[in-house]
Design a protein around this ligand. Structure first.
Ligand SMILES: CC(C)(COP(=O)(O)OP(=O)(O)OC[C@H]1O[C@@H](n2cnc3c(N)ncnc32)[C@H](O)[C@@H]1OP(=O)(O)O)[C@@H](O)C(=O)NCCC(=O)NCCS
Length: 179
């Protein structure tokens, strides 16, 4: 079974109530239980950084199905109205069933409720599932140059530094206020 999917701008946030999955915050002292999903989802420096972020990031949310964690998001605010999805991962056995979309919708709603009107995320262009997932929620690619031009160089530097954008990664942006 696959979760129902919205389309277009009106589907930017779709409440994840399908398939019996529920979402909950994961407090810092119980986050280690989610390391297995990270181990199954990332390698090398990304795995190292994902584990490190799991411990330190402001918010971790997990999707629960049949009392098991099927995936997680890690997120924070980069500024008063800028939310950042630092990581998202779905356990391999649960991929391609719509849960990644539900987790993304959940974290978008969560960040919006905390004042975010814009959301950022980074992804390597060869990570096709992730790029398509972001695009399905109307994220658009932005570049350092375009942000420096529109918002000023110092602000662009601050944002890129806070996201720890690795060489070769692309930055995606969602404006929750655009029609
Ligand atoms: C990216 C990820 C979270 C997607 O989770 P998922 O549960 O498979 O996502 P969904 O089933 O909701 O799929 C959403 C869309 O993503 C795209 N997608 C997902 N997996 C794909 C694949 N293997 N190949 C091509 N497109 C894919 C599709 O466009 C899909 O929509 P569709 O099924 O209608 O075509 C998952 O693949 C994952 O955990 N990857 C490893 C960790 C990672 O790279 N995270 C992102 C960087 S932090």
């Amino acid at each position: 079974m696959k979760a129902k999917r919205g389309s277009g701008a009106s589907a930017k946030i779709w409440p994840g109530d399908a398939l019996g999955v529920t979402f909950q915050a994961v407090p810092a002292d119980t986050r280690d239980a989610l390391r297995l999903i990270l181990d199954q989802s990332f390698t090398g420096i990304y795995l190292w950084h994902a584990r490190r972020t799991l411990r330190s990031v402001a918010w971790v949310r997990e999707g629960i199905l049949e009392e098991s964690s099927i995936g997680l998001t890690m997120s924070t605010m980069l500024g008063e109205n800028i939310g950042y999805v630092a990581y998202e991962a779905v356990a391999p056995a649960w991929r391609r069933k719509g849960f990644g979309s539900l987790l993304l919708d959940d974290v978008l709603q969560f960040l919006q409720a905390r004042g975010a009107s814009r959301i950022l995320a980074c992804v390597r262009p060869e990570n096709v599932p992730s790029v398509l997932l972001l695009r399905s929620r109307c994220f658009e690619r932005i570049t350092f140059r375009s942000v420096a031009h529109s918002r000023g160089f110092p602000r662009a530097v601050r944002l890129w530094a806070r996201m720890v954008v690795a060489p070769g990664e692309h930055v995606y942006h969602l404006n929750l206020e655009s029609p």
